[in-house]
Design a protein around this ligand. Structure first.
Ligand code: C5P
Length: 218
């Protein structure tokens, strides 16, 4: 695979609703990086399973992923709790992870020339996808904070959802994502831990900016 040289590579791992996506957006904008929320790819595959169950097989997925555009990952359909739950189930499938792998590598190592580099966030970015990233972050927050954040987000779209529903599904995903055999969520030794429970979005961004600047401005 073609790899661009001298690009900035930022890798972020985090459990569900810890604020990694928000920070990834801010970082990417500030440093002009291609941003990829890798969870969206698993959500995209989950959405195919929900909407086109008869067509759901590896061959079909291979075709869909090879034609995938980052813009298709912005669909609002992918944000529901149901899609997230199915995503964490299909994310345990070795063959599906393999199909998604190449797409992530291309974004990470060969972003379009207009970008100075790439910023990926997910569960296995520091460990599997970009082990040689310039900066590796593990963004987390306590369960209550994460559930409350996700509950507010989902409630704005779906009035029927309850705090208990969200608590149950975040807990279930945490358990599945950290305990699975393939590519489990785990903080790598070389990544920097950031607990955002008591940090505003701005404060958290400034902390990350300091870490990145220290690393890339030599
Ligand atoms: O980050 P997000 O909540 O959108 O991810 C949905 C699901 O996709 C996660 O719960 C996890 O099971 C899976 N995922 C993964 N590896 C990644 C990103 C997401 O297994 N790199």
């Amino acid at each position: 695979m073609l790899k661009r040289k001298n690009i900035i590579k930022i890798a972020i791992d985090s459990p569900a609703a810890a604020g990694a996506g928000t920070q990834a957006k801010l970082i990417s904008k500030h440093y002009n990086l291609l941003q990829l929320d890798t969870g969206r790819i698993y959500r995209y595959v989950a959405n195919i399973k929900i909407r086109e169950p008869k067509k759901f097989n590896y061959q079909y997925l291979k075709k869909k992923i090879s034609n995938l555009k980052i813009s298709s990952l912005n669909s609002k359909k992918l944000l529901s709790d149901k899609v997230a739950t199915i995503a964490s189930i299909i994310a345990k499938d070795k063959k599906i992870r393999k199909l998604v792998y190449a797409f992530q590598l291309k974004c990470a190592y060969n972003p379009p020339k207009k970008y100075a580099g790439s910023c990926l966030d997910g569960r296995d970015i520091c460990s599997v996808i970009m082990p040689d990233a310039d900066v590796k972050l593990f963004i987390t927050a306590n369960l209550k904070t994460r559930v409350l954040r996700r509950y507010k987000e989902l409630k704005a779209k779906n009035k029927n959802i309850s705090y208990q529903d969200v608590l149950k599904s975040v807990k279930k995903r945490d358990k599945s994502d950290t305990n699975r055999k393939i590519s489990p969520l785990k903080k790598t030794k070389d990544s920097i831990l950031l607990n955002t429970s008591n940090l505003s979005i701005r404060r958290c961004f400034l902390k990350i900016k300091k870490i990145i600047d220290r690393k890339i401005i030599t």
